[in-house]
Structure formats: structure tokens, C-alpha cells
Design a protein around this ligand. Structure first.
Ligand code: NAD
Ligand code: TYD
Length: 378
């Protein structure tokens, strides 16, 4: 094998798309997917890859330093693409300690295990990379200076549809100061600092990327888009936090995976790249789009389910607006989103409606029992 790459969190939403892309596109790379299979990890997300000769699955906790050390050695790992994390803001509000453990201590264990292994090699850090996947949420929240929206100053294919608006004048750039508000974003910010510290202190080759909200297949239905698609299907209430006026910048998950591929191969060590498609949406607008798409695809009268919208108490510390400026990545490495947003939403809604069994499994928790049984002797 030309390379031995650990991808952590590969049984989760984004990780499964990254693993799939790498296993299919690079048969000459061994892809070692390391995942604890928490409630968010699901081997069904990788079922099509099980028999592939360049794919290995290891059930492990990234906080287990000894296990990370032995994996580095066993596979003589040259690169890590690190996605494993606790990722849901609402859970972090209820249980911040789990977020500090996995996101901070887990990242630190991986960094240390990589350092120790690479330090034993004659070539040391040559040809090595620790690539850390982070989020735009570490930058905090932007103002909503244009609540009605203005023409976005920059557009990409992702934002070329009906909505090409920006809701403020500022965007997150790579040099924006960190200002996290939720326990989730605070833990991700802390992990980003550790990654950069391993570069600055020990010379470890690292890259950090900060991406905007992702959407697409295999996302756990606690997040806005899959949760609402499933609720509409079952005609359950749609809990809209606050007034539904918060703004998020949405990117199709496969476009994020493509960006990770480009940055892994062409990115400059020690750099940060922001990933996003200049595709801002107010929650309430995206929710209306989802309702009309689900209704149409289910043969219901379009908009029939609008009355499922239920305004509920706002999320504590709810960040008002996220908006990524990804021009550095576009200019320096030539990446841009491939999918227009309305196409992406159509594809996503179809996927969840066509994969009701996947949805039923993850909402019933049956899959957790299945994997406990499968891995009880390992
Ligand atoms: P996810 O919650 O769907 O998946 C996380 C995966 O990590 C799961 O498979 C889970 O089993 C695994 N995991 C959790 N704790 C672990 C541990 N201690 N040891 C080993 N594995 C563990 O998350 P996601 O949405 O796919 O996000 C992946 C990464 O991308 C995260 O680092 C997240 O911060 C970042 N990110 C996500 C988004 C988004 O919109 N979802 C946007 C930008 C960045
Ligand atoms: P989410 O998918 O949790 O992503 P994040 O908080 O990381 O941006 O939420 C996206 C937006 O949708 C966010 O502004 C919170 C809002 N939201 C709701 O209004 N209702 C819900 O039930 C959920 C899960 C989210």
C-alpha cells in the first residue's frame, strides 16, 4: 500500500462520505477507519465498503492512548484525518463533559500517539500529516445586519439557486479570532489549539479546516434537516427554535468530502482553510423548502404540512449567524462546490424517504444492540 491513513469518526455522517471517497478513489491507500460507534456511529453507513481490500474497520475510542499508540505502530500510519467528535450542540448543553473528553482529550491522545510513532522513524515527520476537521462554530456568531437579506457579495454553484442572499456584512475568514459560545464549539476550539500547538512546539505537520453546516445522506436525525424530514413524513411537530431567524451556511456533505481530499493532497502544512459555499439560509426558509419538497415527493398537496411548524423555546446561547468565506480554498487549491443547493436538498430528501429502514433503525436504537452483540468478543 502506498499510504496507511487513519480516518477517525468514519462511521459517522461526514466521516462515512470521506471514507467512501478515499476507499473508492485510492485503491492504493489502506484506509483504517477508527470509530467508537457511539450513538452517532453506524456501520450501516459503510456497508458497501465492508469487503474492500483497502478498508479496515477498528472499533476503538480515540481517548484510549495505548490503543492509538498500537494502531499507529501496527499499520505504520503516515496520516490521520481526524473527524471523530461529539458533534451535536444541544447534547453539549446537557452534557459538556463528554464533549471535553472526546473532542479535547481524544484529539490530544491521537496527536500524542502520532508524535510518538513518527518520532521513532528515521524520516520523522517527512511525508506525514495530521489533518484535523473542525467547524466554523469556533469563530462564534456573526451579526444579522441585513435581516431581510441582500445580494451575496460572492456566490458559488452551491448558492446559484433561488436564494443567493447574505444576511450580514461580515464573514468568517481564516484569521477571525476564536470566540466559541457553546460547550461543543468550545471543545472544538480547544482541540484546534492543541493541533496547532503540536505543530508549533514539535514541528508536527498539521492542517486544520473549518467547515460550515453540512447536509446530505447518513446524518443522524437529531440535526435539523434529517429530523425535520422524518417528522414531516410522520406528521410530527417541527420544533423551530426561537423565531427561526438564525442563519446557517449549508454545504452538501460530498462537497465537503471533496474539499478534504483536495486539502489532504494539496494543502500547505500549518495552514487553515475555511470550507463553505456562500450559501446562507434562515432556518425558517430552509424548513419551508424541506416541507414543500417532502410533500411533493410524497404526493401530498404542496405546503400541506406547513402547520407542523411549532415555535419552541430558543436554544440557550443560540448563535445567530454563521457565514464562511472560502475564497482562500477556492483560489489557492481550486476547490469549489459541485452541487447547487436546491438539487442537494432534493437529493437529500429523496435519500431519507427512500431509506426509511436506515431511519427506523437509528431512531429505534436497534442498531446499537446489533453492534454490541457483534463486537462483544473483540
Ligand atoms: P457525527 O456525530 O455524525 O459522527 C461522529 C463520529 O465519531 C461517530 O461515528 C462516532 O461514533 C465517532 N466518535 C465519537 N466519539 C468517539 C470516540 N471517543 N472515539 C472514536 N470515535 C468516536 O459527526 P459529523 O457531523 O460527521 O462530524 C464529523 C466532524 O466534522 C466533527 O469533528 C465535527 O465537529 C466536524 N464538523 C461537522 C459539521 C456538520 O455540519 N456536521 C460541520 C463542520 C465540521
Ligand atoms: P443543527 O442541525 O443542530 O446544527 P448547528 O446547531 O450545529 O448549526 O441546527 C441547525 C439550526 O437549526 C440551528 O440554528 C438550530 C436550529 N434547530 C431548530 O430550530 N430545531 C431543531 O429541532 C434543531 C435540531 C435545530
Amino acid at each position: 500500500m502506498d499510504r496507511n491513513i487513519i480516518i477517525t469518526g468514519g462511521a459517522g455522517f461526514i466521516g462515512s462520505h470521506v471514507v467512501r471517497l478515499f476507499v473508492n478513489k485510492y485503491p492504493e491507500y489502506r484506509i483504517i477507519c477508527v470509530d467508537k460507534l457511539t450513538y452517532a456511529g453506524n456501520l450501516a453507513n459503510l456497508a458497501d465498503l465492508e469487503q474492500r481490500p483497502n478498508f479496515v474497520f477498528v472499533k476503538a475510542d480515540i481517548c484510549d492512548l495505548d490503543k492509538m499508540r498500537s494502531l499507529m505502530k501496527e499499520y505504520n500510519v503516515d496520516s490521520i484525518i481526524h473527524l471523530a467528535a461529539e458533534s451535536h450542540v444541544d447534547r453539549s448543553i446537557k452534557d459538556p463533559f463528554t464533549f471535553a473528553r472526546t473532542n479535547v482529550m481524544g484529539t490530544l491522545s491521537l496527536l500524542q500517539a502520532a508524535k510518538e510513532h513518527w518520532d521513532t522513524l528515521p524520516e520523522k515527520y517527512d511525508g506525514k500529516l495530521f489533518y484535523h476537521i473542525s467547524t466554523d462554530e469556533v469563530y462564534g456568531a456573526l451579526e444579522l445586519t441585513h435581516p431581510e437579506g441582500i445580494d451575496a457579495p460572492f456566490t458559488t454553484k452551491a448558492s446559484s439557486g433561488k436564494n443567493h442572499e447574505a444576511y450580514g456584512d461580515e464573514f468568517f475568514v481564516e484569521t477571525t479570532a476564536y470566540n466559541p459560545h457553546s460547550p461543543y464549539s468550545a471543545s472544538k476550539a480547544s482541540s484546534d489549539h492543541f493541533v496547532r500547538a503540536y505543530h508549533d512546539t514539535y514541528g508536527m505537520p498539521t492542517i486544520v479546516t473549518n467547515c460550515s453546516n453540512n447536509y446530505g445522506p447518513y446524518q443522524f436525525p437529531e440535526k435539523l434537516i434529517p429530523l425535520f424530514i422524518n417528522n414531516i413524513r410522520h406528521r410530527k411537530p417541527l420544533p423551530v427554535y426561537g423565531k427561526g431567524e438564525n442563519v446557517r451556511d449549508w454545504l452538501y456533505v460530498e462537497d465537503h468530502a471533496r474539499a478534504i481530499d483536495v486539502i489532504f493532497h494539496k494543502g500547505k502544512v500549518a495552514e487553515t482553510y475555511n470550507i463553505g459555499g456562500f450559501n446562507e439560509w434562515k432556518n425558517i426558509d430552509i424548513i419551508r423548502t424541506i416541507i414543500s419538497t417532502v410533500d411533493r415527493l410524497l404526493g401530498r398537496a404542496e405546503g400541506e404540512d406547513l402547520d407542523l411548524i411549532t415555535y419552541v423555546t430558543d436554544r440557550a446561547g443560540h448563535d445567530l449567524r454563521y457565514a464562511i468565506d472560502s475564497r482562500k480554498l477556492q483560489k489557492e487549491l481550486g476547490w469549489e462546490p459541485s452541487l447547487q443547493f436546491e438539487e442537494g436538498i432534493e437529493r437529500t430528501v429523496r435519500w431519507y424517504l427512500d431509506n426509511q429502514e436506515w431511519m427506523d433503525n437509528v431512531t429505534s436504537g436497534d442498531y446499537l444492540k446489533y453492534y454490541e452483540e457483534m463486537y462483544k468478543d473483540r
